[in-house]
Design a protein around this ligand. Sequence first.
Ligand code: HEM
Length: 147
Amino acid sequence: MSSAYSVVNTLHSYWAYFTLIILVIAVLNALTGYFKNKDFTMAKDLRVSLFALIFTHIQLLLGLVLYFMTPRFDAWQTGGVMGDSLLRLILVEHPVTNLIAVALITIGWSKHKKEVSSKRKFGKIALFYGIGLVLILLRIPYDIWLA
Ligand code: HEM
């Protein structure tokens, strides 16, 4: 097992905690702002949403690099990816679901910027980041992550 793979795998594995925590904070913050009709502030609300966006993008980049480094990638040559639930999760479901999730989060960020009212800004973040977070949580390889 190459050491470069181990480094990227470890980074992707630990960065996931920060990404998920900041995403949960951003979604809860947006829901609170939306339902309590708060003002959308630069100092807090914009910053929390932007941090979540940046952390998610870094996680995505690490994932993309990891994809081509993992020894599991060889299974595309040897075969049997779709018939093996762990290989299918790691090589297909997890990457595809997370690419969609990060795209949704990025769309949510762009859409919130075009809104003028605080309520609609919070609404866009809550909806798009919320769906993105749920998608990510649905397809994490928990067995190898928490092992
Ligand atoms: C953006 C949200 C993402 C999150 C929160 C996330 C999280 C995780 C976690 C927690 C693991 C288990 C790590 C471990 O073994 O300890 C993992 C594994 C993996 N992830 Fe991601 N990931 C994300 C995106 C991606 C993307 C977009 C790709 C590829 C395009 C990717 C590729 C991989 C691969 C290949 C593994 C397995 C590596 C191996 O065990 O050899 N991830 N991911």
